[in-house]
Ligand binder design. Structure first.
Ligand SMILES: Nc1ncnc2c1ncn2[C@@H]1O[C@H](COP(=O)(O)OP(=O)(O)O)[C@@H](O)[C@H]1O
Ligand SMILES: [Mg+2]
Length: 342
């Protein structure tokens, strides 16, 4: 593997009276330019949104090539790879990756399957966040009060009260498995309505946040934040009058980012940088992940109280501003880190 450096441009073999192009060194230089090989195992949809033409062009210019991993063939027989980028589900795949990493410790696998698995469960996903040490950062990071319901939602009504959870509650499927159903959320306004829900799920307090959500993208050390529309506040009148269960619209997945000028600045203002930096630093090391995003909301009426409501592995980076350049720099930094180790 080699990072961009000297000898990247083909050089002529110059003498006093003639210029002869040395084709051997030209080929060698071309070879060297292709020296960071990234194997990827992504779904067709993920591949389409991530491997966009601009990323591939920039990558080529820097000597980075992307090679599709054939899941039908043994991984060790493919490559050699410098980096393996993967987001596929299932234990069988996770074993393949773990086994490969053991046999090829020199390859950077993004990211370890066990760490990814942890955030596919909405309970373990948010565990430990409330205890992060962010005292020195501006603001506060919380997680909504939540409980897990594994079997019977009828009997969970009492547990909800014992746990001190206040309605309305957001019901989220416990496991995120890539299906649309695992992202189908409901808002339950009262005890009785809990019986309509299908476990296993987490019940989470709904936090009013003025209809704006912050998507915090992480690529290694880099953080980028975008605003997205979210659900409007639930008023006290609504809380006292409405009963039943309501399916969530998929508002926050809308492609368009929110234009700040249309919004109340107290709602629209991005979370402070020191807080985001502290949060991401802690999460990166605790989760052991380098490619993820965090959904954050600001508690309505507060300036600096934020709730983490969701963490996703290898999110839709196509919607992150300038993601192509960020990833090129990230891949090159991985290559450089390896060179430094040698
Ligand atoms: N506790 C909550 N309080 C208020 N709104 C929430 C809460 N949890 C989720 N939401 C809203 O529902 C959307 C989807 O929830 P999220 O946990 O991010 O699930 P998904 O896996 O579908 O992205 C969020 O983007 C936000 O608009
Ligand atoms: Mg989300």
């Amino acid at each position: 593997m080699r990072v961009e450096g000297d000898n990247m441009v083909p050089r002529g073999n110059e003498t006093d009276d003639e210029v002869v192009l040395d084709t051997t060194s030209f080929e060698q230089a071309q070879q060297r330019q292709k020296q960071l090989v990234i194997g990827y195992a992504l779904t067709t949809k993920k591949k389409k949104s991530f491997l966009q033409p601009k990323l591939e062009v920039l990558a080529r210019q820097k000597g980075i090539s992307f090679v599709s991993i054939d899941q039908e063939k043994p991984l060790s027989e493919q490559g050699p790879f410098d980096v393996v980028l993967h987001k596929l589900l299932g234990n069988a795949w996770h074993e393949v990756i773990e086994d490969y990493q053991q046999k090829h410790p020199e390859v950077t696998v993004l990211d370890p399957p066990g760490a990814i698995q942890r955030i596919y469960n909405r309970q373990s996903m948010l565990q430990g966040i409330a205890d992060l040490n962010l005292a020195e950062c501006d603001g506060m990071i919380c997680v909504p009060k939540q409980m897990v319901v594994l079997k019977d939602t009828t009997s969970s009504a009492n547990e909800v009260e014992e746990a001190g959870l206040k309605f309305p509650l957001v019901a989220k499927p416990l496991l995120v498995d890539g299906t649309a159903k695992s992202h189908q959320l409901f808002l339950a306004y009262d005890r009785l309505s809990l019986a309509e829900l299908e476990p296993p799920l987490v019940l989470q307090e709904f936090v009013n946040h003025g209809g704006v959500l912050f998507k915090v993208f992480v690529v290694g050390d880099v953080i980028r934040v975008v605003r997205r529309f979210s659900l409007p506040n639930v008023s006290n009148i609504e809380k006292s009058k409405v009963a039943g269960v309501f399916q969530f619209p998929r508002v926050s997945s809308a492609a368009a980012s929110v234009d700040k000028s249309d919004l109340d600045p107290r709602v629209a203002e991005l979370p402070p940088n020191p807080l985001l930096e502290g949060l991401v630093r802690e999460l990166r090391s605790r989760l052991g992940l380098r490619l993820f995003n965090i959904d954050i909301i600001r508690e309505h009426g507060s300036k600096d109280v934020f709730y983490v409501i969701d963490i996703n592995y290898f999110p839709g980076y196509g919607k992150m501003p300038d993601y192509e350049q960020v990833f090129i720099d990230f891949f090159l930094s991985l290559a450089q880190a390896k060179l430094n180790k040698r």
